[in-house]
Design a protein around this ligand. Structure first.
Ligand code: SLL
Length: 161
């Protein structure tokens, strides 16, 4: 295949996490360890949940080694986030490896996301801004995937629809 010269295609996406402390409203499921304080999710998804599986086919989330089965592979399902859900007690860096669709010819790329359980900020206001009405601590990053001189076939996939 040929590359489309002098062309860049950008696709926005979100890497994020949410965490909720265990409470009456978020009870600890049976079997969860005594020292676990939160349930959490870490994800890669489209902005406003738009589909990104036409360019991203799989995501590997490498969690802290203290988490059982800490390397999680998630295959894309159209329109759904690439999502890992678990429980724990501590914050850590998640290694996020993005695998692109075969037509792209792109090698996987690694990025990071810090899993936050506790709100942080210099002021009480900044901390409050991280908490949603459901008591979720939210840490989201808007990212942009750049495809530089994509292959012809991939360019057509990127720009279809
Ligand atoms: C810390 N650097 O020391 C961090 C590491 C690791 C948190 C936190 C595991 C839960 C499980 C878990 O929450 N690890 O046992 O499944 O604070």
């Amino acid at each position: 295949g040929k590359r489309v010269k002098l062309t860049q295609v950008r696709r926005p996406f979100i890497i994020g996490s949410t965490a909720v402390p265990f409470s009456d409203a978020n009870p600890k499921p049976p079997g969860v360890a005594e020292n676990h304080t939160h349930s959490w999710q870490v994800f890669v998804k489209g902005v406003e949940d738009t589909d990104i599986t036409y360019w991203l086919r799989r995501v590997q989330f490498k969690l802290h080694e203290s988490v059982p089965n800490h390397v999680r592979m998630v295959d894309g399902e159209p329109g759904k986030p690439f999502l890992v859900t678990d429980t724990g007690w501590g914050e850590f860096d998640v290694n996020v490896k993005l695998y692109y669709v075969n037509e792209s010819g792109e090698k996987p790329q690694t990025t990071y996301h810090y899993l936050r359980l506790h709100p942080y900020g210099r002021t009480e206001e900044e901390k409050q801004a991280m908490i949603t009405e459901h008591g979720e601590v939210r840490s989201w990053a808007y990212e942009e995937q750049l495809f530089n001189e994509p292959f012809d076939a991939f360019y057509r996939i990127l720009t279809a629809g």
